[in-house]
Design a protein around this ligand. Sequence first.
Ligand SMILES: [Zn+2]
Ligand SMILES: [Zn+2]
Length: 313
Amino acid sequence: MTSRPTATPETAAPAAASEGTGKTARLIDILRDACPEQRALLDAFSPVLCLRETALAQEAARRAAAPAAEIPETETSAVASAGKGGMDGECAVRWAEPLLDALKQGFPAVAPVWEQLREAIRADAGLPAYLCLARRGRKRPALSTWSKEHHLSADAVNLFAEQLARLAGAAAQLGLPERESGDATCPYCGGRAEISLIHGTDGRRYLQCGHCSRLWRFKRTLCPHCGAEGNGILRHIFVDGQPDLRAVICETCRHYILEADLRPRDMPLEIGHVLSLVMGHLDALAQEEGASPLSLARPAVARAVSAPEEPVH
Ligand SMILES: [Zn+2]
Ligand SMILES: [Zn+2]
């Protein structure tokens, strides 16, 4: 007995992924030099991050080559509405198996889990989108239940679902023109900001969505969660010698966001989605101070009129 109905496999996995442009590998190299203590983590995630570059390039090319009228109806609806939860579900199906290959390369210690997930996906074409939605839709208990039912490590299933959801989320927003947002809610997919980036000679601030990785401009002095502004409202905490990588805590609402000032190390703006990987220690520091991650909080306005937040697992 399972917690969800199964579907018949319909979509074949893409042919072996071609090489990307190598941009991601260069970004990882920049970070390996900047954060030598994080090299093992970066090496483990490197195949996944490089696959993402390849996948998004192929998804963009695929979309450019197929006029809307020629895309099957199921895909048109997925693209037009960015799919359920702001994700391209067909993209999730196409890249689920290549992602498992990349995870197997980066995390070989749990290779049997990746193979079991592969079998489950081959038996149920709806599974990739389901796992993505479970991960993104604040239904992590559903992921735990599914993992338990299939005797798989919930951590490994979470990792797979998270990475696949990020890919499907980014694919759904490909090519959309620039948009603005007045808070931490992504103007493209409705996800939450995961990291704040300071870039350019004039120190412009951008927020980056943890779901689709799109960026939007944001005021330097404002809390993206509650909108508080003023002297002493935003406090930086960082590790000695690395003030450019920090957690920014709002003293009004006690939410924090990770922030990287890219200027001292001359890092490109595109590095954001890789950078958040190596800033986990700052999450720990901020949470030790009793602050909550803004990326997991419901928008302040929505929270006031809806159910309480789910606890963070
Ligand atoms: Zn987004
Ligand atoms: Zn605040």
